[in-house]
Design a protein around this ligand. Structure first.
Ligand SMILES: Cc1cc2nc3c(=O)[nH]c(=O)nc-3n(C[C@H](O)[C@H](O)[C@H](O)COP(=O)(O)OP(=O)(O)OC[C@H]3O[C@@H](n4cnc5c(N)ncnc54)[C@H](O)[C@@H]3O)c2cc1C
Length: 594
C-alpha cells in the first residue's frame, strides 16, 4: 500500500515537472511573429516598453552619448529579459527591420541607433552575480562600466576596462577594450570566459573557448555584428588596496612640450606594467596623468629617470620631489582611483561619478523636471542637442552628450624628431574645445599573439586620440583632418575600432588588421543573411547618410559567400516550434518508459 502511494506520488511529481517544461516552452513557442500585420504589432505583443517616433521621449531615447551622426530609428525598445530579446529579434527578422542592439550608447557613429531600425536597448539586463570562490561574475549584457565597478567593489573585486562609467561593457568588449590596467592584465575581452548570444534566427548560443569557439574569438574585439549578447561571464581581479594616481601639469611652453613628448614616447610603453601613463594636451595646458597599481614610492625616480621632470638638463620648475609627492600624487582606494579620472577637482572621493543610472545622458542647453526635481543642463561640452525629454532618471551625475569628431591612430615605438615636429606644429594650432591624448600601450600586450582574440592592436607602443568639436567651421575641420594627412603616415596605419571614424579609407583593415578575413568568415557563418548591420565596421558611408536594409549590399561578407536572398521568417519560426515539440515528446517518452 505504502509502495503504491509512493509510486503514485512519484509519477505525479514527474508529470508536474513535465508540465512545467511544456509550459515554459509553450510560452516561448507561442510567440508567432508572422501572425502580426506589422512590426509595431509584433513588438507590441512582446510586452516590452517601446518609444516610437511620435512619443514625447523619442528624441532623448534615440540619442546616445555621441551626437555627431543624428539617426532616427523606427522604435526604441527596452526588453527586461532574454526571451523578450529573442522575440524582438524574431520581429526584426520577420519584418526585415534591422535590429540595433544598444548597451551604453557610446558608438561614435550612432550604430546602436540606426535609421529606421528597431533599437533593442538592453540596459535592463544589468544584473551582476559574483562568485567569490571562483572569482568570476555572470553579468547582464546591458551593464555599464560604472555600475559594474561599484558592485564588484562591494565584494572587493574589480575588472579591467575603460574609465568612462556610462560606456557599455558589451560595446567595449566588442571593440576589444583597453583600460588603465591593461598593460598588466590585458584587454577587457581577454578577461571573459563565456557569452550568451541571441542569434539572428532567435536561437540562444553559448559561446566560450570550447563551444562556438570561433564566435567567442570574434565577439572580443571583432565588432558588434554577430548577434545580441545578453550575458557575459567575467574573470574578476581582486581589488588593489592602494592605487597611486598623479597628474603632472607642465608650464605651457611648446619647446618644453617637444622635450616632454619625446621623453614620454621613450618611456611610457616600457614603464613597469603596473604603471599606465597618458599625455594629455589641450590648447591651454599639457599634463601627464598616471595610474599605478599599488603604493608607489618610486614615482619621482621613475619619471625623473625618464627625463620627464627636466628640461635641457635642469629640473622643471614645480616638478621637484617634494612637489610631486605633495601636490601631484594621491594614494586612493581602487574605486576612488577610477573616480579621480572623472573628477575635475582631482580627488579620490567622488564615487558618485561612477554611479550612473539607466538614462545617464543630458542635453546641454535645457533644464528639465522629472519627479518634481528640476535638473540643470549637464556640464558644458562642445556640442548641443536642441531637443529632448529625459524620460527616465536614476541617481548619478548626468553626462553631457558630445558632438565631436575624433581621430585614432597607433604607433609602434617612440616618435622620431620629424614626427614630433609635425605634431607640435598641429598642437600649436589646436582649436578650443579640442584635445590630444597619447596613451601608453606595451606591458603584457606585445607578448600576446595579435590573434589571441579579434583585437589586433597588441604589438603597439602608443594610441593617439584626437578630438575636436564637430562643426562646420572650416578651420577646425581642416585642423582635425590634417592629423590624417600629416601625422598618420608616421603611425602604423591602424585605428581603434571603438573610436569609429568613417573618414578612414580602409577601415575594416585598419580596425582588424590580419584578423579581418577570419572575422568575415565567422560573420558569414553565424549571420549569413546579415540581419545585424555591419555598418560600424565596414560601410564607408558616414552613418548619418546610411540607410539600413536587411539584405543590403553591405560589403562585410564577400558576395560569393552570401546565400541566395530569401525570407526565412516563417520557416525559421516553424523550425523552432518543431524543435521544441520534438524535445518535449522525447522527454515524455523517456519518462513513460522509465
Ligand atoms: C567617452 C568615451 C570613452 C571611451 N573610453 C574607452 C576606454 O577607456 N577604453 C576603450 O576600450 N574604449 C573606450 N571607448 C570606446 C568604446 O569602447 C566604444 O565606443 C564602445 O563601442 C561603446 O560601447 P557602448 O555599449 O557604450 O555603445 P553602444 O553605442 O551601445 O554600442 C556600440 C556598438 O555595440 C553594439 N552593441 C551594443 N550592445 C550590444 C549587444 N548587447 N550585443 C551586440 N552588439 C551590441 C551596438 O549596436 C554598436 O554597434 C570610449 C568611448 C567614449 C565615447
Amino acid at each position: 500500500m505504502k509502495k503504491v502511494l509512493f509510486n503514485e506520488l512519484y509519477y505525479r511529481i514527474i508529470l508536474f515537472l513535465v508540465g512545467i517544461i511544456l509550459l515554459v516552452d509553450v510560452s516561448c513557442a507561442s510567440f508567432n511573429p508572422s501572425s502580426y500585420k506589422s512590426i509595431e504589432d509584433c513588438v507590441g505583443a512582446t510586452g516590452v516598453f517601446v518609444i516610437s517616433k511620435n512619443d514625447p521621449g523619442y528624441n532623448d531615447a534615440r540619442v546616445g552619448e555621441r551626437v555627431r551622426f543624428q539617426q532616427y530609428p523606427r522604435m526604441i525598445t527596452y526588453p527586461t529579459n532574454t526571451t523578450q530579446v529573442q522575440q524582438l529579434v524574431l520581429c526584426s527578422n520577420t519584418f526585415k527591420i534591422t535590429p540595433s542592439p544598444r548597451n551604453g550608447g557610446h558608438s561614435y557613429t550612432g550604430t546602436s541607433s540606426l535609421n529606421d531600425s528597431l533599437v533593442i536597448d538592453i540596459s535592463n539586463l544589468n544584473s551582476v552575480d559574483i562568485d567569490t570562490v571562483s572569482q568570476t561574475a555572470i553579468v547582464g549584457g546591458g551593464i555599464r562600466l560604472g555600475p559594474l565597478y561599484i558592485q564588484l567593489a562591494q565584494k572587493n573585486f574589480t575588472f579591467i576596462s575603460g574609465i568612462c562609467p556610462t560606456t557599455g561593457l558589451t560595446g567595449v568588449i566588442s571593440s576589444g577594450g583597453f583600460g588603465l590596467q591593461s598593460r598588466k592584465y590585458g584587454t577587457t575581452g581577454d578577461l571573459v570566459f563565456e557569452a550568451q548570444i541571441v542569434m539572428a534566427d532567435g536561437s540562444i548560443l553559448t559561446s566560450n573557448s570550447i563551444i562556438n569557439a570561433d564566435l567567442f574569438w570574434a565577439i572580443r574585439g571583432g565588432g558588434a555584428t554577430y548577434g545580441i549578447i545578453t550575458q557575459w561571464k567575467l574573470q574578476l581581479i581582486p581589488a588593489w588596496q592602494t592605487v597611486s594616481v598623479f597628474t603632472i601639469e607642465y608650464p605651457y611652453d611648446p619647446n618644453l612640450f617637444s622635450s616632454v613628448l619625446k621623453s614620454f614616447t621613450n618611456f611610457g610603453h616600457i614603464a613597469p606594467d603596473d604603471l599606465s601613463t597618458t599625455l594629455f594636451v589641450t590648447n591651454t595646458n599639457f599634463k601627464i596623468v598616471g595610474h599605478y597599481l599599488g603604493n608607489n614610492d618610486q614615482i619621482y625616480e621613475q619619471l625623473s629617470n625618464a627625463s620627464l621632470l627636466t628640461y635641457n638638463g635642469s629640473p622643471i620648475k614645480g616638478c621637484d620631489r617634494e612637489s610631486i609627492e605633495q601636490n601631484f600624487l594621491l594614494r586612493c582606494d581602487h574605486l576612488g582611483a577610477r573616480a579621480y579620472f572623472l573628477d575635475p577637482n582631482k580627488t579620490c572621493k567622488r564615487y558618485d561619478y561612477l554611479n550612473i543610472g539607466t538614462s545617464p545622458y543630458a542635453s546641454n542647453n535645457f533644464t528639465y523636471t522629472i519627479q518634481n526635481v528640476t535638473y540643470p543642463p549637464a556640464a558644458t561640452a562642445p556640442g548641443v542637442v536642441t531637443q529632448g525629454v529625459l524620460s527616465v532618471y536614476s541617481p548619478g551625475p548626468l553626462q553631457a552628450r558630445e558632438d565631436v569628431k575624433t581621430k585614432s591612430m597607433y604607433f609602434d615605438g617612440p616618435l622620431n624628431d620629424t614626427a614630433i615636429n609635425v605634431i607640435i606644429g598641429l598642437l600649436k594650432q589646436m582649436p578650443s574645445g579640442s584635445f590630444a591624448e597619447l596613451l601608453s600601450y606595451g606591458g603584457l600586450l606585445p607578448t600576446q599573439s595579435t590573434n589571441l582574440t579579434a583585437f589586433f592592436h597588441r604589438n603597439v607602443a602608443y594610441h593617439l586620440l584626437i578630438q575636436a568639436p564637430s562643426t562646420s567651421d572650416p578651420t577646425t575641420n581642416a585642423w582635425i583632418n590634417q592629423w590624417d594627412s600629416n601625422v598618420r603616415p608616421f603611425s602604423n596605419g591602424q585605428s581603434y575600432q571603438g573610436f569609429e571614424d568613417p573618414d578612414l579609407p580602409n577601415f575594416p583593415q585598419q580596425y582588424f588588421g590580419n584578423n579581418l578575413q577570419r572575422l568575415q568568415n565567422i560573420k558569414s557563418k553565424y549571420d549569413p543573411q546579415q540581419l545585424f548591420s555591419s555598418q560600424s565596421t565596414l560601410n564607408t558611408t558616414p552613418a548619418s547618410k546610411q540607410t539600413s536594409s536587411l539584405f543590403g549590399t553591405c560589403p562585410f561578407v564577400h558576395d560569393e559567400t552570401v546565400p541566395a536572398r530569401r525570407s526565412f521568417g516563417n520557416k525559421m519560426f516553424n523550425l523552432i516550434i518543431w524543435d521544441k515539440i520534438m524535445i518535449n515528446l522525447w522527454v515524455i517518452v523517456i519518462f513513460l518508459i522509465w
